[in-house]
Design a protein. Structure first.
Length: 335
């Protein structure tokens, strides 16, 4: 299969987190065939029951090409026109997987070895696969992580700070609100304070941003609510300490802020001959913790179409990525 055919084959396999098993088995078969022809080896790295990373390597890896197999919901299959491949995961990140595999095939045909492909589970939720891989390093000195960057090398990426904000109250009949205590009103007051938090900024990464993603609470329209909670996501440009302090102060006396996840912002390296950019999203790179080598971030497609019902990837960028990945691998191996 060429890069477009492989992209579509991958998109057509449902791998919404945490159901990556079938796409992992497909990749295991596909890479095993390549390894049998070229003297490589393929292994499944267990993460938990029915979930595993897929690793293919040729000799001792110096450079590892890696991205994730899972997607956000909802799943929908692929279609194609003259310019784009459409479908869930087309740019985030099944087209990237296909480009990495085709680049590896071309490198092997040109007698370039000491490379690996590592495809992990769980990036869209908690980076479970990357954390598991970090506990099983294979000596790689460089990690090329694939996410949609428009084929530009990202010199920085924002981090992530997630909270659950929980308010407690006391139920009562809504005709006698003074006998109860509204958790929803407490939550709304806390969120109003949260919206006023002064967020950090960075000269390279720009401004931190805050999103109140979900709000839930109450039992019925005629019941004073005894419980309410919200989920908040801050895109960090620093280590998160200032945002933690601001969040604690904002909810004090009204609600409890429970930290769910914190991934600090990253400043990444550049390479000669590559255009650079900065991205506002979080990747698996912090979860790897350097165990698979110095990280670089690059991939085809636009993040603006990821997680949408119009997800797509330009074919021209797929073909370009195949050549860019080869160029990066060669440059890093020569180091």
């Amino acid at each position: 299969m060429n890069v477009c055919e492989l992209t579509r084959a991958l998109v057509d396999i449902d791998s919404v987190t945490p159901n990556e098993e079938q796409v992992g088995l497909f990749l295991h078969r596909h890479l095993s065939s390549l390894a049998d022809r070229t003297g490589g080896r393929v292994e499944l790295m267990k993460v938990e029951d029915h979930r595993f990373n897929v690793l293919a390597s040729w000799d001792q890896p110096v450079v590892t090409l890696s991205t994730h197999m899972d997607t956000v919901p909802p799943f929908y299959t692929s279609r194609e026109d003259a310019e784009f491949i459409w479908g869930r995961g087309a740019c985030d990140t099944k087209g990237i997987i296909a480009a990495m595999i085709e680049a590896t095939e071309a490198l092997l045909a040109d007698k370039v070895r000491n490379i690996a492909l590592l495809f992990v589970v769980g990036e869209e939720r908690n980076s479970a696969g990357a954390f598991a891989a970090a506990r099983q390093p294979h000596g790689s000195r460089y990690l090329i992580n694939g996410e949609p960057t428009g084929n530009q090398l990202a010199v920085g990426s924002k981090g992530a700070l997630r909270y659950e904000v929980i308010a407690q109250g006391r139920m009562a009949h809504s005709a006698y609100p003074h006998l109860g205590e509204s958790a929803i009103e407490k939550l709304l007051d806390a969120l109003q304070r949260v919206r006023g938090i002064e967020l950090a900024s960075d000269s390279v990464l720009g401004q931190s941003t805050l999103n109140i993603g979900t709000i839930q609470g109450g039992r019925a329209p005629n019941v004073i609510p005894d419980h309410a909670h919200a989920e908040i996501f801050i895109r960090l440009v620093d280590d998160g300490d200032s945002s933690r302090a601001a969040m604690a102060a904002a909810v004090q006396g009204l609600a409890e802020a429970r930290e769910v996840l914190c991934i600090p912002a990253l400043h990444l390296g550049s390479l000669d001959g590559f255009e650079t950019t900065v991205v506002s999203y979080t990747t698996d790179i912090p979860a790897f913790g350097g165990a698979w080598g110095q990280p670089f971030l690059i991939g085809p497609g636009s993040i603006h179409f990821a997680h949408t019902d119009e997800e797509r990837i330009p074919k021209a960028q797929l073909f370009e990525a195949v050549h860019l990945y080869q160029k990066i691998v060669r440059q890093l191996i020569q180091r």
